[in-house]
Design a protein around this ligand. Structure first.
Ligand code: SF4
Ligand code: SF4
Length: 386
């Protein structure tokens, strides 16, 4: 196993982290995989309050003598919290489930923007963090994030974070916070943990044949999942990559790759292969936005690259339709495609010469259908969006 050093506190973290969200159904399998991972050098385990029973299941295994060999990361869904006392109640529940007296890496789960951060602070989030850090019950505080680039930068700057967690993979290099976000955080000394390195497994299995052919014809023979993981580890600013492993075979394979993959290892020719695969994945029906942000800001608040990225996700079939529509609402809330008034300002700045106004109409038709407003109302309530 290769370890990377947390620049803030010098923790040596295995570059392969265990994402517990996709634990197998059987408890015996969970124990076998967690123990195998620890015995083979994995020392970072990531779970969350909202993953049903996963904190308990991880805690049960770690209590058998493994707790001190690993870093536990778990997350608080601040968007569910309305009262001050709920922070402590939820946190204490997590300690109990995980059978521990402290959490090494604690995240605000899916923090959407500085508005949500301020709302949570108004009901006591910051005091709660300060107290638990002072008592040693939280060692490092961070947040996980799925939104656009600008809001990510604002969040990075709003508080003295110890770390953060982003979705990052070769198809999302310029999507969400993307590579620019990764480098922005790293430049401020904030270590970045990576989730969804294979887009929930979709860059590993069932690739369209044009994409598969690129990997099959590559001079170095590697399975698609290995290409996907190596791309993420190629970035030196990545501290650890969480993989949602749920079979022993997958775990062994990922440990093999993580024992060998290095930052800066991919050649220019290899990096070109990823571009080819991306083109094959994105196909004809997608919008060829590169996420450069030159068209921004829009005077009406449309997050143009984010709207296009959500649309492309749906068109490429990389995800469950309902989840993608839900994510579109959450990620583009008050920045959605239908806000466009067709002033045309943005099109003058697009290096890809995209007909942004027409493309946004396409996005609105696809993503803002009949169920858009009822679902938006529900998302607003759940996520405290304003
Ligand atoms: S054309 Fe639409 S998206 Fe572009 S700047 Fe004007 S309102 Fe914004
Ligand atoms: S300028 Fe064009 S390519 Fe760049 S983000 Fe905007 S729409 Fe996409």
């Amino acid at each position: 196993m290769i370890y990377r050093v947390n620049p803030k506190n010098k923790d040596q973290i295995s570059q392969l982290g265990f994402g517990c969200m996709r634990f197998p159904k059987d408890d015996a399998d969970v124990e076998q995989q967690v123990v195998y991972a620890i015995e083979h050098g994995v020392n970072y385990f990531d779970t969350a309050y909202i993953y049903p029973h996963n904190e308990e299941r991880l805690g049960k295994v770690l209590a058998k003598g493994y707790r001190d060999r690993v870093f536990i990361a778990t997350k608080m869904p601040s968007y569910l919290i309305k009262r001050t006392e709920s922070f402590s109640r939820m946190f204490n529940t997590q300690l109990k489930r995980l059978q521990t007296d402290h959490l090494d890496y604690y995240l605000i789960h899916m923090l959407t923007n500085t508005g949500e951060w301020k709302r949570a602070c108004q009901i006591g989030m910051r005091d709660f963090i300060d107290e638990r850090k002072a008592s040693g019950q939280i060692s490092n505080i961070g947040f996980s994030y799925h939104g656009g680039l600008q809001e990510f930068k604002d969040l990075v700057d709003v508080y003295n974070w110890d770390f953060c967690m982003l979705q990052f993979n070769y198809l999302d290099e310029n999507n969400q916070a993307g590579k620019t976000g990764l480098e922005y955080a790293a430049a401020r000394g904030i270590p970045v943990m990576i989730m969804e390195p294979l887009r929930g497994g979709r860059l590993a299995a069932n690739l369209p044949k044009e994409a598969l052919r690129v990997w099959e014809n590559a001079p170095t023979k590697r399975p698609p999942a290995e290409w996907g993981l190596r791309w993420v580890w190629n970035h030196p600013d990545v501290l650890t990559v969480l993989s949602g492993m749920n079979t022993l075979r997958m775990l062994k394979e990922n440990i093999r790759i993580a024992s060998d993959a290095q930052a800066h290892e991919l050649s220019g020719a290899e990096r070109a292969l990823y571009d080819e695969v991306c083109r094959a994945l994105l196909g004809q029906e997608t919008i060829t936005c590169t996420g450069c942000n030159y068209c921004m800001p829009c005077p009406k608040g449309v997050d143009i690259p984010l709207c296009f990225a959500c649309y492309n996700d749906k068109k490429t079939g990389l995800g469950n339709r309902f989840t993608l529509e839900f994510q579109y609402i959450q990620r583009t809330y008050n920045h959605q495609a239908s806000l466009c008034v067709e002033c045309g300002t943005c099109e003058k700045h697009c290096p890809q010469s995209l007909k942004i106004r027409n493309e946004l109409k396409k996005v609105a038709r696809e993503m803002e259908g009949l169920l858009y407003y009822p679902t938006r109302f529900m998302v607003k309530k759940i996520m405290h969006l304003t």
